[in-house]
Design a protein around this ligand. Structure first.
Ligand code: ADP
Ligand code: MG
Length: 237
């Protein structure tokens, strides 16, 4: 696809994988629901960022993705909106556990992701909550009991809650590892592996990272299935 290639060239996007779909150069091309389109327009966004433009059509095909792009490139909505569309197609009973799980390295980042999910998922009536350490578990457990579609969690706290058997990840079918490089730098690899072991293997897995060192490549090779790799700009090893 020539125009797809031109867009990639212009925005320094490189892709690796089989039959990678063309980027969406506009919001209208995405086929997102009218509720979601309304939210992005009211946020004042004029076009998808390059990582969104290229990762959205891949994610909407249900494929695994490794996306390598620097901070501030719009990765959060890059995985959240396809997650919303995933929920539209296969929403389960949230009281039995979340359908979408996002792992994030820190409380601060997890909170930012939750804010973005609340803002852009509100009119689609998507429920979400955040699990992080340094705060009492009680209110977090009550949110889980009440039932949520999306859980955004730091690996440490989620692993603690899993060990208490107060959350089931058996319904998770859309798993995101955000800032994977930072999570590994912080030593979360054992917790991540324990958590992912609780998620059924028939899932879609998306990994977002700013850098692509060999530890990240290794965990991607272990946890993702035949992913499409998307790079924006130069790869920083
Ligand atoms: P990253 O995770 O890559 O560091 P974020 O997802 O946090 O980046 O996005 C950075 C900022 O850009 C956020 O304030 C977000 O709301 C905004 N943003 C996301 N998508 C767009 C877009 N298509 N157009 C303009 N701003 C956007
Ligand atoms: Mg981010």
């Amino acid at each position: 696809n020539l125009s797809g290639d031109a867009y990639r060239h212009q925005h320094e996007i490189t892709v690796t994988g089989d039959e990678v779909p063309s980027p969406f150069s506009s919001f209208e091309a995405t086929g997102f629901s009218s509720e979601i389109l309304r939210e992005v327009h009211s946020a004042g966004f004029s076009a998808p960022t390059p990582i969104q433009a290229q990762s959205w059509p891949i994610a909407l095909q249900g494929r695994d993705i490794v996306a390598i792009a620097k901070t501030g490139s719009g990765k959060t909505l890059g995985y959240l909106i396809p997650g919303f569309m995933h929920l539209k197609q296969c929403r389960k009973d949230p009281r039995m556990g979340p359908t979408v799980l996002v792992l994030s390295p820190t409380r601060e980042l997890a909170t930012q992701i939750l804010d973005e999910a609340l803002k852009f998922g509100k009119s689609s009536r998507i429920s979400c909550t955040c699990l992080y350490g340094g705060a009492p578990k009680g209110p977090q457990l009550r949110e889980i009991e009440r039932g949520v579609d999306i859980v955004v969690a730091t690996p440490g706290r989620l692993n603690d809650i899993l060990e208490m058997s107060t959350i089931s990840l058996r319904q998770v079918s859309y798993l995101v590892l955000d800032e994977a490089d930072r999570m590994l730098d912080m030593g979360f690899e054992p917790q991540i592996r324990k958590i992912v072991n609780e998620v059924p293997s028939c899932r879609q897995t998306l990994m977002y990272t700013a850098t692509w060192p060999k530890e990240v490549r290794k965990i991607a090779a272990d946890l993702l299935g035949n992913p499409v790799q998307v790079n924006i700009g130069n790869i920083d090893e």
